[in-house]
Ligand binder design. Structure first.
Ligand SMILES: Nc1ncnc2c1ncn2[C@@H]1O[C@H](COP(=O)(O)OP(=O)(O)OP(=O)(O)O)[C@@H](O)[C@H]1O
Length: 258
């Protein structure tokens, strides 16, 4: 499997605080990788560095072999990297359908003029968009909630809607920041299956931050463990579960590793 994303000696400092220090890891194409670690370990900072929200202090980030550190967030999004957020970001007053549709519009190939004169190109483009929305609704099991206003959806469904919106941008690499936060065990298992399904269906690579260890252990091909901004360990689920440094760092948090 080829490498799609590589962090090479990445450091991020905020004043005197090193949030991420000398971080190195690769993400293989078509894999599901997990980023875990205690609160404040630097996980979200890594997502913010990959997506260009923060600039790296030192080091390089390569996506498909090209440097992306130093690019603007919109330029990085254009390369095919999309993310979801720890705190859900939806158009709260729009319906589920409209939320996905607005994201799908990013992929339209008709011009404003085509839209104004409503020519064939516009009509064909719009038809394709609506098909795409239907497909995403089905995949994310949101069809029966398509007319619900986003803010009225239960929390777990809002999270799924956020993933549907991210998928609408047709990413190559999907970054999920705590997608199971606030979900009950049943919802978490459903989400786990959905993530695997979308990875296969859309030929995606997924990098996921999550505190739910059952989700991480259930879907990840590889896990990177962070502690105080440093890489503590890296390996398969089995390797991580039996790694003495990881067990030691999590001592006292007996719920974390299962
Ligand atoms: N914009 C910022 N300015 C200053 N410090 C920051 C900033 N963003 C993050 N930090 C600090 O960097 C460190 C890593 O934070 P980060 O949010 O990346 O951790 P995390 O592993 O995602 O934690 P959590 O699991 O709680 O989300 C923390 O000490 C945090 O306070």
């Amino acid at each position: 499997m080829s490498t799609i994303l590589a962090l090479k000696n990445v450091t991020k400092q905020f004043g005197g605080l090193t949030a991420v220090g000398d971080m190195c890891f690769d993400v293989k194409k078509d894999s599901i990788s997990g980023l875990i670690g205690p609160n404040g370990a630097g996980k979200t900072t890594i997502f913010n560095l990959i997506t260009g929200i923060y600039n790296v202090t030192e080091g390089e980030i390569l996506f498909e072999g090209n440097r992306v550190d130093g690019l603007q967030p919109y330029q990085i999004a254009d390369t095919g990297i999309t993310r979801t957020f720890q705190n859900i970001r939806l158009f709260k007053k729009l319906t589920t359908y409209e939320n996905i549709l607005t994201a799908c519009h990013y992929n339209t190939d008709y011009s404003i003029l085509d839209a104004v004169i409503r020519n064939k190109k516009f009509r064909t483009g719009e038809k394709k968009l609506h098909q795409q929305v239907q497909e995403l609704l089905e995949i994310m099991e949101l069809t029966d909630r398509k007319d619900a206003v986003a803010s009225n959806l239960p929390y777990g469904l809002q999270r799924r809607l956020e993933i549907a919106r991210a998928l609408a941008l047709k990413p190559k690499l999907l970054l999920l920041d705590e997608p199971a936060a606030g979900m009950n065990p049943d919802e978490t298992i459903r989400l786990m299956n959905l993530i695997k399904e979308v990875r296969d269906r859309f030929n995606l690579t997924v990098l996921v931050i999550e505190h739910h260890m059952d989700l991480i252990m259930g879907i990840c091909d590889k896990i990177v463990v962070l502690n105080f901004g440093k890489k503590l360990a890296e390996g398969t689920t089995q390797e991580i579960q039996s790694n003495s440094k990881v067990i030691e760092a999590y001592l006292g948090e007996e719920d974390v590793i299962c």
